[in-house]
Design a protein around this ligand. Structure first.
Ligand code: HEC
Ligand code: HEC
Length: 375
């Protein structure tokens, strides 16, 4: 009897101890977990502040800046009203603007294709294939020159060139005014918006350019990041950002809010197009040809394109020779593709990026895609 009691007491004691030990283990493990979480959150915080200070520095040195939707209002030509923009929108997509009434601005600059056309070259009103790739039209208000070689310095000049070019619309304003006057809808729209002037070269241009300036790429993941919201980037995108601004040195030319320095460079595209040199007339003569890297030469140099919405605007380069962003990065990784190094920008050198780094850089370039739906 006594033995039985003693045994059951022993059992109770044992199970009590087991529970105790179990509890102690649970408590110990929880403590350990808490310590780990605390330290790692400190690390994350440090990492976060680290990235923030990198951004702060870059903001200063490369004028990187976010673009938000208020940008449109700020940059519209002398406060164009919504009805004028709507009129410009109508003109932009109207084939009355071309000699053979067969193409409009929107035939080459297609909104769903990033205002480019996804084939490497455009076709004009007479079926002529253009010699250069159709560029996108985002954030034109930030542009300093227009066309791949920057031969137009204002949007007004650019518009005159595209309307009258034999290879593109082959129109003249006189004929265009007559065409629009004989259209009752246009007559009344111009009457309403420009009661004193009516349909003139000036009012046609004002409407189209007002519309063009509303084509804004803003509010992307990149803009959020630049504004200090660094957690929007995953690890790949963050690393891509560090490569873009560091090892790959893309930032040397793709800088500022629009990711372009608005200058001209020869990046080593294999091409017969002399680019900006035709405009500058610098380096045209024989004496410059023998210089290996004439810094003043703009031989085969083209305007640095804005990388805003780059995911949508392929194919890439002035000749549309690269079909994907990955191909472009691989091109830079080789230090360009032209065997003739005359005029090659000094930044264009082999980058030694690994396959993984190429993927990360691509992931970062994709963060330039706009979330805004204003076009
Ligand atoms: C046949 C195709 C085609 C049509 C039609 C066309 N464009 Fe273009 N556009 C191009 C090409 C190609 C370029 C680049 C040409 C170059 O750089 O030499 C260009 C360049 C531009 C640029 C300069 C962009 C930049 O960043 O430098 C603007 C702005 C523009 N076009 C607006 C228009 C407008 C407005 C219309 C209608 C009035 C129009 N385009 C009609 C093919 C076209
Ligand atoms: C020396 C200045 C310079 C550097 C450095 C540079 N770029 Fe460019 N980038 C340009 C110019 C100029 C073009 C247009 C070249 C042409 O069409 O011949 C261009 C074109 C591009 C295009 C095609 C855009 C389009 O609309 O067709 C992409 C994408 C691009 N660069 C990404 C990069 C990346 C990524 C890096 C870094 C690995 C980089 N660039 C480094 C100047 C530069």
């Amino acid at each position: 009897m006594f033995l039985n009691q003693a045994l059951s007491l022993g059992q109770k004691l044992k199970s009590y101890l087991v529970i105790k030990v179990k509890n102690a283990t649970v408590i110990l493990l929880s403590l350990l977990f808490l310590i780990c979480t605390l330290t790692s959150s400190v690390q994350v915080k440090n990492n976060h502040t680290g990235i923030l200070s990198v951004i702060q520095n870059l903001l200063k040195t490369h004028k990187l800046a976010a673009i938000d939707s208020s940008f449109i209002k700020k940059n519209l030509a002398d406060n164009s009203s919504a009805p004028i923009i709507a009129l410009g929108n109508k003109l932009f997509y109207d084939s009355l603007l071309s000699k053979n009434k067969n193409i409009s601005c929107g035939s080459c600059h297609i909104p769903k294709k990033g205002f480019s056309n996804n084939v490497n070259l455009g076709t004009g009103t007479h079926g002529t294939t253009l010699s250069r790739n159709v560029p996108h039209l985002y954030n034109l208000a930030l542009g300093k020159t227009f066309f791949w070689d920057g031969r137009a310095t204002t949007l007004e000049e650019q518009l005159d060139m595209v309307i009258t070019s034999k290879d593109e619309l082959d129109m003249n304003y006189k004929e265009l005014v007559v065409r629009l006057q004989s259209d009752s809808i246009y007559s009344s729209l111009f009457q309403k918006n420009f009661p004193e002037e009516g349909i003139t070269k000036k009012t046609i241009k004002k409407a189209i350019i007002s519309y063009e300036k509303t084509l804004v790429a803003s509010d992307s993941k990149f803009d959020k990041f630049i504004n200090g919201d660094t957690i929007v980037f995953n690890e790949q995108e963050k690393n891509g950002f560090l490569l873009f601004t560091g090892k790959a040195n893309c930032i040397a030319c793709h800088k500022g809010a629009n990711l372009t320095d608005n200058l001209f460079h020869n990046v080593g595209v294999k091409t017969t197009d002399v680019g900006r040199m035709k405009i500058d007339k610098v380096g045209m003569s024989k004496e410059f040809e023998s210089t290996p890297y004439p810094f003043f030469s703009t031989f085969k140099a083209f305007k640095t394109p804005s990388l805003r919405n780059i995911k949508l605007t392929g194919p890439y380069f002035h000749d549309g020779s690269k079909a994907s962003i990955k191909e472009v990065i691989k091109f830079y990784n080789k230090g360009g593709e032209n065997t003739d190094l005359t005029g090659l920008a000094k930044e264009i050198v082999p980058l030694n990026l690994t396959e993984e780094e190429i993927d990360h850089l691509e992931a970062f370039l994709n963060t330039f895609t706009s979330n805004s739906t204003n076009y």
